[in-house]
Design a protein around this ligand. Structure first.
Ligand code: 26Q
Length: 748
């Protein structure tokens, strides 16, 4: 196949063709030579249902997987074409952040390991919005990712199916995207159509859900995905094995990526009972051996509750099934002797809504968290009652990232150094990367490693100069905080830390301070006022520092525009310090932290999510861990945390925080800054002041950032970075997938 493909690419006529046309022709040639690999008869497969897939650019990744990337670049060069021109092709951003990117890494690794794992999702017409800044404010524009064409999917009209809503049918038309590895798995993305035109269901990733209208649309999206996927799985099973549904679980596992596709459970029961005459009891029994649930967040606002009246009016049959599921759960709970209080914690139905998390926990065979500490929190807090009744249900699978995109593709230079040291086997079996640890005291290797970091930093600087029109301070330490914008991730705490450092610089208290760049990248949900305020605040700080000659040769803040997968590929390779500073207990895992680690950055972070395992694996002494632990945060919550008392303890902190209220920076009359200030010092109807404990951790944070600054530039510091890279194999999603396959799906 490889030779045939290369010949075809060789014979491609490039003359006079634009980049986009060429991209489509090349991709088309690859697609024509691919065959999807269905599960073999008798082989158990896993089906992954996710409302998001943050895929990024497919071109380079696919050629890499086929082993023809270098050759193709060479052929194109001979035709006078620079393959990097395809970088202007937009990422497919059918997701927001960690959860969607994880889904993409997950599928990549499954194919890489040769496992039959198939993805199901929605083919949104517009993905996550494109971000611009205007006077430091975020502005949103539609992301028209198909304007470059969509050569990487195949529409299959023959496999379209109807999804039933109270107000009529919507057609779900699959588009199969190849996920290439040892086999070619399909990511099946459904487009919603009515009378041949696109239906609103697949128009936008995340309709604004601050209105009733928006919530309904969101519910319709979730059911649309669930029903299309379940219909597909059931049809395939019936074709292959007939209607003995008690055998379904022997050949299929269905993994629910968070609560968004949990209606799939109700749809399963509905379909089996109404179309195939299976009894309710048997349908539920088989569901219990088939469905699996991954939780990605414990934030209460992200746990889904669907109002009963909405379900009744949109999906009457599904509503009836949910009522029956609830009733049978109640009977089971009473039989088991559960107290009223326990029943209230476990119930699928609570007042006028159904809990998707409780439904998932009740029915699914396994429930997993995504990092050790997160799974512990699920067991001990969020799902503690369920865990008391069925402890064997609760397992952990720490997240991972694909080293193919996040090391081989984004850091060819570092990958080549690894090849020179330990050969190329690590490219097949990532565990081999551990051998790099042997070189941690080899001065020559460390020097090469440091030189590569410098080169990646220059490349990053070039990229930023092109996109943002600013140049990074040369040879500066690059501290990076790139992730969704959310209060719990505490970008605001970093902003305060920068203000404190800036003040110390001006007072001459940091004579040996090494030039430092703080890089931010983040999108705020369009209706999330506080997050938008934080973006504006950081942009104001960036501007003030850039204009201040007393500090601007030693300190710089850059908030990159339109942060996305392809931007992340540059940033993780060029950064020195990975900022992972969430309030302990709230970041389920984090996966950005792993990407930085794999590219040789140290983690400056709290004892949260996978940071803990990163520090364990690379050695605590090789990372910079600070701040309150989960237990301390819990104790503060219980003991009545007094934000203002903490604030008053530290004068420098007080001055930094006051800049939100004293007119130092302007929020253009939006009220953003005073609202942020109030949220910290007074609280709001739903929380007390400083809900995310910034004032508890900020003094430690400033000190830790300064310690990094002092230690940077020594061989000792380079060694820390190196050891992180060399210890990162565990955080490959190949390892995660292998664990899902062995412990949850029992494949093979
Ligand atoms: C819920 C209800 C209504 C509307 C939207 C939502 C919603 C949307 C997106 C809830 C959650 C999300 C996204 C969550 C997410 O990205 N979680 C991240 O998942 C990563 C992969 O496991 C983890 O590494 C991160 O720690 C976690 O934040």
């Amino acid at each position: 196949m490889k030779e045939k493909l290369l010949k075809e690419i060789e014979s491609l006529d490039a003359d006079g063709k634009g980049t986009i046309e060429l991209y489509n022709e090349l991709s088309g040639a690859v697609m024509r030579n691919l065959t999807f690999t269905p599960p073999a008869h008798g082989e158990k497969a896993a089906h992954y249902l996710s409302i998001e897939y943050l895929i990024g650019r497919m071109f380079y990744n696919n050629l890499l997987e086929l082993g023809i990337l270098k050759e193709t670049e060479e052929i194109l060069r001979r035709k006078g074409i620079d393959a990097s021109a395809f970088e202007q092709i937009e990422d497919a951003a059918l997701g927001n952040g960690g959860l969607g990117r994880f889904a993409a890494c997950f599928l990549d690794s499954a194919a890489g390991l040769g496992l039959p794992v198939y993805g199901y999702g929605i083919r949104y017409r517009y993905g996550l919005f494109r971000q611009e800044f205007s006077d430091g404010f975020q502005q949103e524009f539609p992301d028209d990712w198909q304007s470059f064409g969509d050569p990487w999917s195949v529409r299959r009209d023959g496999e379209a199916r109807a999804v039933q809503f109270a107000d009529g049918e919507v057609l779900a038309v699959p588009y199969d995207v190849p996920i290439i590895g040892k086999r070619v798995n399909a990511l099946r993305l459904y487009r919603a159509e009515k009378n041949g035109a696109e239906d609103r269901i697949s128009e936008y990733l995340y309709p604004a859900d601050d209105t009733e209208e928006g919530k309904r649309l969101r519910l319709r999206q979730e059911y649309f995905l669930s029903a299309a996927a379940i219909g597909d799985c059931v049809d395939r099973f019936v074709r292959e094995y007939g209607e003995e549904f008690d055998r379904f679980g022997a050949y299929n596992a269905i993994q629910l990526n968070d609560t968004h596709p949990v209606l799939a459970i109700a749809e399963w029961v509905r379909l089996l009972t109404s179309r195939y005459g299976v009894s309710f009891k048997d349908a539920v029994q088989t569901a219990r051996r088939t469905f699996q649930y991954t939780n990605h967040t414990i934030l209460p606002e992200a746990l889904e509750w669907w109002p009963k009246r909405m379900l009744r009016s949109e999906l009457p049959e599904v509503y009836e099934i949910l009522r029956k599921l609830d009733a049978s759960q109640r009977r089971a709970m009473r039989r088991a002797g559960a107290t009223e209080q326990e029943q209230a914690a476990l119930r699928i139905s609570n007042g006028d809504a159904f809990s998707m998390a409780n439904l998932a926990v009740d029915i699914c065979e396994h429930v997993n968290g995504v990092a050790k500490i997160h799974s512990e929190i699920l067991r001990n807090s969020l799902f503690r009652t369920a865990c008391r009744y069925a402890p064997e249900k609760f397992v952990n699978v720490t997240n991972g990232i694909t080293q193919r995109r996040w090391l081989m593709l984004c850091n060819a230079e570092l990958s080549a150094l690894i090849d020179r040291c330990i050969g190329t086997q690590w490219r097949e079996r990532i565990e081999g990367l551990e051998e790099m640890r042997k070189f941690a005291s080899d001065g020559r290797v460390l020097a090469e490693f440091a030189a590569i970091k410098g080169e990646k930093k220059r490349q990053l600087s070039e990229y930023i100069a092109k996109r943002e029109g600013v140049r990074l301070l040369p040879n500066a330490i690059v501290y990076a905080q790139v992730k969704r914008l959310h209060e719990y991730k505490r970008q605001l705490m970093t902003a305060f830390a920068i203000l404190e450092i800036c003040e110390k610089l001006k007072r001459g208290e940091l004579p040996d301070f090494k030039p430092s760049v703080f890089l931010f990248g983040a999108k705020s949900a369009p209706s999330y006022r506080r997050a938008k305020g934080i973006i504006k605040f950081i942009n104001e700080i960036a501007k003030a520092i850039a204009e201040d000659d007393a500090v601007n040769r030693r300190l710089q803040v850059v908030f990159v525009t339109d942060y996305k997968v392809s931007y992340a590929e540059k940033i993780v390779a060029g950064a020195d310090v990975s900022l992972q500073v969430s309030t302990a207990g709230l970041e389920a895992s984090g996966t950005g932290n792993m990407k930085f680690m794999m590219n040789g950055a140290v983690t400056c972070g709290t004892l949260d999510g996978a940071n803990i395992e990163i520090a364990e694996r690379a050695g605590k002494e090789n990372n910079y861990i600070f701040g309150a632990s989960v237990e301390e945060i819990d104790a503060l919550r219980r003991g009545g945390y007094d934000a203002n008392e903490y604030l008053a303890r530290d004068a420098a902190m007080t001055r930094a925080v006051r800049t939100l209220a004293d007119g130092t920076f302007s929020d253009g009359g939006t009220g953003y800054f005073s609202e942020l200030y109030e949220s910290l010092t007074e609280g709001a109807s739903w929380h007390k002041g400083d809900h995310y404990f910034i004032f508890r951790d900020l003094p430690d944070y400033v000190e830790t950032l300064l310690r990094i600054n002092r230690e940077y530039g020594t061989e000792e510091f380079t060694r820390k970075q190196f050891v992180n890279m060399a210890s990162s194999a565990y955080f490959s999603s190949d390892r995660s997938i292998a664990e899902y396959a062995a412990n949850i799906w029992h494949l093979r």
